[in-house]
Design a protein around this ligand. Sequence first.
Ligand SMILES: [Zn+2]
Length: 385
Amino acid sequence: MTASVFDSLVGQSHITEILQGAVAAARTNQDSQEMTHAWIFTGPPGSGRSSAAVAFAAALVCPQGGCGTCQECRSAQSSGHPDVEIIRTEGLSIKIDEIRELLTRTSWAPSMGGWRVVVMEDADRMTESAANALLKAIEEPGARTVWLLCAPTLHDILPTIRSRCRHLQLRTPSTIEVTEVLEKRDGISPAMADFAARVSQGHIGRARYLANNESVRNTRTTIMKLPLTLQGISSAFAAAQTLIDLATEQATQAAELRNEKEVDDLSLAYGKGATGRGMATGGSKAIKDLEKEQKTRQTRMIRDGLDAALLDIATFYRDVMMVQAGSSDALINKELEAEITATAAKTKPQSTIKKINAIMDARTNLSHNAAPLLTVEALMCVLAR
Ligand SMILES: [Zn+2]
């Protein structure tokens, strides 16, 4: 088999087949059922919905239909292709101004004479007015513009937009599929690949990050042991603070590197160091704007980190429930088997279910901008019961 941009998708052969059909139809330049100008990719976090969309975009602009190696393929995948626009949201929402700007840019004909493709990675973050502005464009598309919207589920997209798009649902790759990719493609040892795939629950990006990063693994270990520290109210408050601190610390570390580089780049663009007038006129405002944007991004990263931590903790109680149900051979957290078995013996299945529900409720509240510390404190009090 020859190499292709679709090779990077794990466990999505049903999607790959449809997309390859669409690419083939698009290349014949004839109207066909298989190719359409608006698509929605849904799937759980880490299933690779945006990777699938970006691969499709590359295949549409590649002269060979997605060889994965040519200049077109590579530049499309690294956001460097003039006809492929990948919209990644740093903020909590995509606003109407951003959509308007995007629509102006995409009204131009594709520079290479082929397709112009827009990939929107977080289409669910569009405000309602932004979504309505986009709807107009999808209703009256430029003949050569293709819209690829990504979202966790179809419900995250306005019904009016949904009804005009073709829907592709990605599945969560199995632990075995993720393990294989980590071993074969990333050269990770079998034991580490198994661990990372198992605890990441089909989230390939997170599995790779864990496997390659010792400090991230250590943080996870600390988080997974938090349920064991819960004995009474004061330990609940302490655990909540630890969780917030860990999420903040990780987000800060990841953000700082990027922030510094961005400010440097921007200063350079405005001629910092020189006595240039640029810095005095537009430069300092641009840097203030950038810093504001960076602060928003950090807030989002802390929330995302907290969400991931809560999901991890939920797997602890999921394992407890498995043991209580009498099946201990499919534990996600095999490393904690002794602790999980002890907890299972001490508590009742009903209370385990209540705890899992409380974790899911806390995640929902956080996604609706509830105050992080208060939310996590309330949750830990429930878990401590
Ligand atoms: Zn190519």
